[in-house]
Design a protein around this ligand. Structure first.
Ligand SMILES: Nc1ncnc2c1ncn2[C@@H]1O[C@H](COP(=O)(O)OP(=O)(O)OP(=O)(O)O)[C@@H](O)[C@H]1O
Ligand SMILES: [Mg+2]
Length: 293
């Protein structure tokens, strides 16, 4: 078992959940426990879940609790090691050669090195949290490359030698599960599946995130979103949509649009897919009556 890591006075999942609450993030017991163990055991935290359930935001809250900078590596199809680790600033190297004339120029000095998120995290592992966001969007090759990094937290720069973190950096990975991740990657991490929050928790999130929204409105919106998620939609609403729907309907209501009409008119805030809108339109009244009556 890895050495227990000192984590800035946070001695257990409950204190961590409270601190995340102060950072405007409500972590349930499962998430707080996984995050605490990842921090305490020095292992990467892998968060999986549907879009909009709060994965990225969880990483931000952890960084905020620890008073660290969040360094985010957004993954995408075709992302390569250069975008993730470091690059040499080629135009700057060329300029330096031209300006130097006959003088010798060391092209591998710091000033020519562009540190990307992984190198940034390795350079200051005590000051940063590395977020590798939406790893499922990257190709298998990139995942294999990450595996190496996550195993020994070193990075080899041929012109400079190996960069090694003095202490394992804190790493959070997220995935929307558009594809399965390698077993080997999972094995290295502490895993947690973030589900849609239960209604009481989601209502708390809404009132925490949107100060203009009344508690009663939050509860109604949460029920309606729950009903929407139960329908066969291409893009079921995430928590962000719940918060925004509550805010938008509250705004319309303050301008004289009655309930539950205000919810119906703000539907474009919660459903952002034409087919989903077409499907819901004839059912909306019934759904609102059932969900927010
Ligand atoms: N537990 C929570 N506590 C507080 N706010 C939350 C929570 N869960 C979700 N949110 C809210 O939902 C929004 C969306 O969360 P976030 O962007 O982290 O989702 P995600 O899972 O990363 O989605 P995606 O897969 O689309 O990137 C956040 O900005 C925040 O307002
Ligand atoms: Mg995200």
């Amino acid at each position: 078992m890895a050495v227990r890591r000192e984590i800035q006075g946070i001695d257990g999942p409950d204190p961590l959940a409270r601190a995340m609450g102060d950072a405007q993030y409500i972590a349930d017991e499962g998430l707080a426990t996984a995050a605490y163990l990842a921090l305490a055991l020095g292992k990467p935290l892998l968060l999986e879940g549907a879009p909009g359930v709060g994965k990225t935001e969880a990483a931000k809250a952890i960084a905020s609790v620890l008073g660290r900078e969040l360094v985010r590596l957004q993954c995408y199809e075709g992302i390569d090691a250069a975008a993730a680790m470091y690059e040499w600033n080629f135009p700057r190297q060329m300029l330096a050669i031209r300006q130097a004339g006959d003088e010798y120029v060391n092209l591998y000095e710091d000033r020519f090195l562009i540190a990307r998120p992984i190198l940034q995290a390795l350079e200051a592992p005590r000051d940063r949290v590395l977020l590798i966001d939406e790893i499922d969007r990257a190709d298998h090759e990139f995942e294999a490359f990450l595996l190496e990094f996550l195993s020994d937290f070193t990075l080899s720069i041929p012109e400079r030698g190996t960069v090694r973190a003095g202490t394992p950096p804190i790493v959070v990975l997220t995935s929307n599960r558009t594809r399965e991740l390698h077993e080997a990657l999972r094995r290295r991490c502490i895993y947690h599946w973030i589900d849609y929050p239960d209604p009481a928790l989601e209502a708390r999130i809404v009132t925490m995130r949107a100060s203009t929204v009344a508690e009663d409105t939050a509860r109604r919106v949460v029920r309606a979103v729950g009903a929407l998620r139960a329908k066969p939609l291409a893009k079921p609403p995430g928590v962000a949509e719940t918060v925004e729907w509550a805010e938008a309907a509250t705004l319309l209501n303050s301008q004289g649009v009655a309930w539950p009409r205000a919810f119906a008119r703000a539907i474009g805030v919660v459903l952002k897919d034409q087919d989903d809108l077409d499907y819901i339109a004839p059912r909306l009244e019934a759904l609102l009556a059932e969900g927010v009556a």
